[in-house]
Design a protein around this ligand. Structure first.
Ligand code: FES
Length: 144
């Protein structure tokens, strides 16, 4: 009889859990796409080429110039963009799709509104905001 080692069992569980998390966070759930798009810096702006169409309360994770995490979302007032670097200790804030608590940090539970302001600490500074506009198939982000 074949027996799984403890390590093989944990690796199998992690693989199943990973698939479940991806399935649960797809665009159908109102969550954020887990595969980040790279926003390349061009003349002081960040450009995401071939940006996806976002449904209401959906978000796309991005990497600003391939480094810092950010989010572009389609909220009640249209497209918005924020840094996803938590101002408490630097963890990556996640998009929930919940209109009451749209952005939550998984590390210590800080919550942020779509304008970047702190809803719940321990973070006490807002997320950095970006202006975002659709130009053809691209998103163009500017620092505010
Ligand atoms: S790093 Fe986000 S709440 Fe602590």
């Amino acid at each position: 009889m074949d027996c799984l080692s403890r390590r093989q069992f944990l690796e199998s569980c992690a693989a199943v859990l990973g698939v479940s998390l991806v399935a649960g966070c797809g665009s159908d759930s109102g969550g954020a796409s887990l595969t980040p798009l790279v926003a390349k810096e061009q003349n002081g702006k960040f450009v995401v080429q071939n940006a996806p169409e976002l449904g209401l309360n959906e978000a796309q994770t991005i990497l600003l110039d391939g480094k810092d995490a950010g989010l572009v979302f389609n909220g009640a007032f249209g497209l918005g963009a924020l840094s996803a670097v938590c101002t408490h200790a630097g963890c990556t804030v996640e998009w929930t799709g919940d209109t009451q608590k749209p952005l939550v940090c998984p590390c210590h539970g800080s919550a942020f509104a779509t304008n970047g302001s702190v809803q719940t600490g321990p973070a006490n500074a807002p997320l950095k905001r970006f202006g975002v506009e659709k130009q053809g198939a691209n998103w163009v982000l500017t620092e505010l």
